[in-house]
Ligand binder design. Structure first.
Ligand code: NCD
Length: 313
């Protein structure tokens, strides 16, 4: 299935998953993103790599930052952007999904950015798409969120360039997290060996499903870590209440100053957003000096520009 994301020369034609994307390709994408990074307050440079191209955002699930950053990334590269408001329409599936693709292709859409609660949707669209069309996965069920994995790796690399030496703790609802899956995939490919995955037993993946050591004790996972990545509890992906009350959860797994003090003194704190302050992370930690949470958002635009540009160079 992953083969469909590469063209005959082995270049990325779609971005469906980070599985099977080698270290050199990942590194090239991160290097490209470096050149697109704009600090808030600067006016981002305008480019023409995608002039004359049309990018359609197909978000079948809610999104703030991912959707906005894909839109800004595409515009800053000179593309036209179409935002289809389909999250509200009921069960757009199977044939109708393909029909959406064909319809938009007929209007000269060249790139499809897709978020969907069902796994396999980005791959299905990639299989059906015309030769010149590119499909980008912007969040697929609990399975994969490749541009998030890239932007997380990019953010970590900016602060801690020697990825091979890092200890990374990811804490929260790992079981339902496409963010964790893609971050782990990117980090493993880039050489990180010490990955700790912590959460209540009911929210941990099966042993061996993801690379990393499983912890139910958050303090143990955070101890000595260089990077602490907090995740949201994804109630929308749970069958039934599998988590304790917010207050109990925060006590056991939330990142407050006391727990963060167990990490390395210069550890960075990450969160993909949306955050639940006071549930998985204390507000003062989220806004504190070790937090790179807003920088992740800044980097997300650059990272998405890099991926889009790579399709046209
Ligand atoms: C996440 C997502 O949708 O996968 N958010 C994001 O893309 N930044 C994580 C979440 O919903 O908790």
């Amino acid at each position: 299935m992953n083969d469909i994301q590469f063209d005959a020369r082995g270049r990325l034609r779609h971005l469906l998953t980070l599985d099977g994307v080698d270290r050199q390709t990942l590194t090239n994408l991160l290097d490209r993103a470096d050149s697109f990074r704009a600090t808030p307050g600067e006016s981002p440079r305008r480019h023409t790599w995608l002039a004359g191209r049309t990018v359609a955002n197909l978000f079948f699930e809610p999104s703030t930052r991912t959707r906005a950053s894909f839109e800004l990334a595409a515009r800053r590269l000179g593309a036209d952007v179409l935002n289809l408001d389909i999250a509200a329409s009921s069960a757009v599936k199977g044939e109708s999904l393909e029909d959406t693709l064909y319809t938009l292709e007929a209007m000269n859409v060249d790139v499809f950015v897709v978020r969907h609660r069902d796994s396999g949707v980005p791959a299905l669209l990639a299989q059906r798409a015309l030769e010149h069309v590119h499909v980008l996965n912007a969040g697929e069920s609990h399975v994969s969120h490749p541009t998030q994995g890239l932007l997380d790796a990019f953010t970590i690399r900016r602060h801690k360039p020697d990825l091979g030496k890092l200890s990374v703790a990811i804490i929260g609802d790992i079981k339902h997290s496409r963010v964790a899956r893609s971050a782990v995939r990117a980090l493993v490919t880039l050489g990180t060996r010490d990955i700790r995955l912590a959460g209540p037993k009911a929210l941990l993946p099966k042993q061996g499903e993801l690379k990393g050591e499983l912890f139910t004790d958050a303090d143990k996972a955070v101890a000595g870590a260089d990077v602490v990545m907090m995740l949201r509890i994804q109630k929308e992906r749970m069958q039934k209440a599998a988590v304790p009350s917010p207050a109990v959860y925060f006590k056991r797994y939330g990142l407050d100053g006391k727990r963060l003090a167990l990490a390395k003194p210069n550890a960075i704190v990450m969160h993909p957003g949306p955050m639940n302050r006071g549930i998985e992370i204390a507000a003062d930690v989220a806004d504190g000096p070790r937090s790179v949470i807003r920088e992740q958002v800044t980097n997300g635009v650059a990272m998405r520009m890099a991926v889009l540009q790579s399709f046209y160079t």
